[in-house]
Ligand binder design. Structure first.
Ligand SMILES: *[C@@H]1O[C@H](CO)[C@@H](O)[C@H](O)[C@H]1NC(C)=O
Length: 248
């Protein structure tokens, strides 16, 4: 009973420690000033974050399926990299590693290959074409950041435009029409009259002359500041100049 309990506790400890603690990568300073990071054959599922002064990196024969986008961006002084012997899964997430490998062919010791999916099994990651990634929407982190920035800027400009448009529409221009301008408006109104009505006595029969001239004279004598004029002025201003008039 006691021995089986001890065994259970030992098993539990063993499994939890196996999950929690990874053997650390071996780091050693090079005489030339760089840093060697040796993570080979440690059953790593993902690449640990690397010191920025790493010059040699050995990660062969682990269980890596991908490399997090941007992982190598900080590590700019790499001279030797070994990534072979990992079961890389070549979906959209492998695009970062593929692009990085293409740019850094000279320092990669042995071509890492895809293990899955089956369509590209045993194919070198660098041989994956641009077409292969054409369905991947988010190309890379920098592209996403750039597009986001562009989108936000465009939105700001649009909001500003809408705001100024609303401001412009809301503002009301008040037009005061007073008696001093009545004569001018009467003239302009007169010119709008059809020509044949201006000289009725020359064109129409004698019988109707009196009536027409009378009614037309009546027209001209009327104070022209009133209801007939304002809608026209307001209409023109509103349609042609987009100004609203508050008649007083
Ligand atoms: C990395 O470490 C392993 C043992 O942990 C060793 O066998 C291998 O030679 C080392 N590689 C390098 C390049 O130092």
């Amino acid at each position: 009973m006691l021995s089986s309990l001890t065994l259970a506790v030992l098993l539990l400890l063993a499994t939890s420690s196996a999950h929690a603690i990874h053997q650390p990568c071996l780091c050693s300073a090079l005489p030339s000033g760089g840093l060697t990071v040796n993570c080979s054959t440690l059953n790593l599922m993902e690449l640990p974050s690397l010191p920025s002064d790493t010059t040699e990196l050995y990660v062969e024969d682990n269980l890596l399926t991908t490399v997090t986008p941007g992982q190598f961006d900080r590590v700019v002084s790499l001279k030797k990299v070994s990534l072979s012997g990992n079961p890389f899964h070549c979906d959209c997430r492998i695009q970062y590693l593929r692009n990085w490998l293409l740019k850094n062919r000279a320092i990669v010791l042995k071509e890492p290959v895809c293990v899955s999916p089956s369509s590209v099994a045993q194919k070198a990651i660098t041989e994956l074409s641009d077409d292969y990634f054409s369905s991947c929407v988010l190309a890379s982190c920098t592209d996403v950041a750039y597009n986001t920035l562009l989108g936000v800027t465009l939105c700001c400009v649009l909001v500003l435009l809408l705001w100024s448009y609303r401001l412009a529409r809301r503002s009301t221009f008040t037009l005061y029409i007073d008696k001093r301008h009545a004569g001018f408006q009467a003239d302009s109104l007169r010119s709008m009259k059809p020509k044949h009505r201006r000289r009725p006595h020359t064109e129409l029969s004698q019988v109707s002359v009196d009536y027409d001239s009378l009614s037309y004279t009546d027209d001209l004598q009327r104070p022209l500041i009133n209801m007939e004029l304002r809608p026209q002025v307001m209409d023109v201003l509103h349609k042609k100049h987009d100004k609203r008039i508050k008649a007083t």
